[in-house]
Design a protein around this ligand. Structure first.
Ligand SMILES: *Cc1c(COP(=O)(O)O)cnc(C)c1O
Length: 402
């Protein structure tokens, strides 16, 4: 956990140059990967550095953490083996039963995990955090320890106002953690909007190449809870490995370029798909008719992210057929990589109010936008829109795996 001075450089420059600043004493432009799990003592039996043992101490890990802290304008950051373990680390560090208010709409794996935190003595209430009246009501009723929000949120890309939520939470001394996986620090730095913690699935945009599983927590300031999270990670050894930390830093050097290109293409696709005859609606915060557009325009700096969803006129049958018919888009879960992915989300998480059966989730990559659009157009044309209603029942069983 470094607290590194931040020069007044632009974000893109920081993404490219931060690892260079951290390179080895040999002046390599790119630093080495430090694999050692132990560090020698000197003749007087003292440690000459703060490094003792690999479970807690690894230079490569700390360098990537410092890099992320710089991008998030955080005091410091901690890396974990996955986004899920980063999120869990926050809840598991409480030394008393904590009450959590969380967004109703969020990454389904995390929602499921939150639903089970009773076994650790904690409790959770899910609230639509885009509705500040409902949230204010829940906050004054429950006086939570933690308010957890995801914005834009999976898979409808609703927008929660981080500054407004933080102000309301701080009134009752609750802390706010933002799952900022989809926004990335390119578009939103939640700490600048008043949040106390930022969480990322670094598996997604931060790494960007679909080849590292990782998670981050970053903190605005070094509170007791933060120190407890760091201590527990050192005790439990749930930090990210050195190789993955190095790969992650390499991926992040192109973060600004990648994410801005992805958002530009997403905006273009959202606009074009709105008028496609096979598409019922497009969910993307960059569209003026999206309910969170005004807040997103204020909160997100220069773009609306690379994720959008479309709802097909032909229902789940048409959605599944389209996903089967793409060739350039890859039909897979996950998001944030350089390659474009399409997913019938209800097949993954089961359908419900936050995941309609006719929804396709699109993670836009960095391919040529015209190629991406043409591939979707081809896939939609082979979609049996007219047949969809009677075919729905056939797909129902296949589409609703829990
Ligand atoms: C993927 C994801 C997670 C979980 O992260 P893992 O790295 O898969 O553990 C959490 N939140 C969001 C928004 C995600 O997309």
């Amino acid at each position: 956990m470094y607290d590194k001075p931040r020069p007044p450089l632009k974000f893109r420059t920081l993404t490219v140059q931060s690892p260079v600043d951290l390179a080895a004493p040999q002046n390599g432009l790119v630093g080495p990967i430090h694999f050692s799990t132990t560090y020698t003592r000197s003749a007087n039996y003292a440690y000459e550095t703060e490094y003792v043992y690999g479970r807690a101490d690894n230079l490569t890990l700390r360098q990537t953490e410092s890099f992320i802290a710089t991008l998030e304008n955080a005091h410091s950051a901690l890396l974990f083996g996955s986004g899920m373990s980063a999120a869990a680390a926050l809840l598991l560090a409480y030394d008393h039963p904590a009450h959590v208010i969380a967004s109703t709409e969020m990454y389904y794996g995390l929602r499921r995990w939150f639903s089970g935190i009773g076994r650790f003595g904690h409790s959770v209430e899910f609230v639509d955090t885009t509705d500040l009246v409902a949230l204010g009501d829940a906050i004054s009723r429950k006086r939570p320890d933690l308010v957890w929000i995801e914005t834009p949120s999976n898979p409808l890309w609703k927008i929660t106002d981080i500054a407004a939520v933080s102000a309301m939470a701080h009134e009752v001394d609750a802390i706010v953690c933002v799952d900022s996986t989809v926004a990335t620090p390119v578009f939103t730095r939640p700490i600048d909007h008043g949040a106390d913690f930022v969480m990322h699935s670094a598996t997604k945009y931060l790494n960007g190449h679909s080849d590292v599983s990782a998670g981050v927590l970053a903190a605005a300031r070094p509170t007791d809870l933060w120190r407890q999270i760091a201590a527990m990670r050192a005790e439990q050894g749930v930090s990210l490995g050195a190789l993955e930390a190095w790969l992650l830093a390499r991926g992040m050097r192109t973060l600004d370029l990648r994410v801005k290109a992805q958002a530009r293409t997403a905006q273009l696709l959202a606009e074009k798909l709105q008028s496609h005859p096979a598409v019922a609606s497009v969910l993307y915060p960059g569209l003026p008719d999206h309910p969170g557009h005004a807040i997103a325009a204020r909160q997100m700096n220069g773009g609306f992210g690379g994720m959008l969803s479309i709802r097909m006129k032909g229902g789940s049958c048409a959605a599944l057929a389209a996903a089967a018919n793409v060739s350039l888009w890859k039909c897979a879960t996950s998001l944030g990589g350089v390659e474009s992915l399409i997913e019938h989300r209800a097949s993954m998480e089961g359908h419900g109010p936050h995941c309609p059966d006719d929804l396709l989730r699109l993670s836009v990559g960095i391919e040529d936008p015209q190629d991406l659009l043409a591939d979707l157009d081809r896939a939609f044309q082979s979609t049996p829109v007219a047949m969809a209603d009677e075919d729905l029942s056939l797909v129902e069983g296949k589409g609703n795996r829990p």
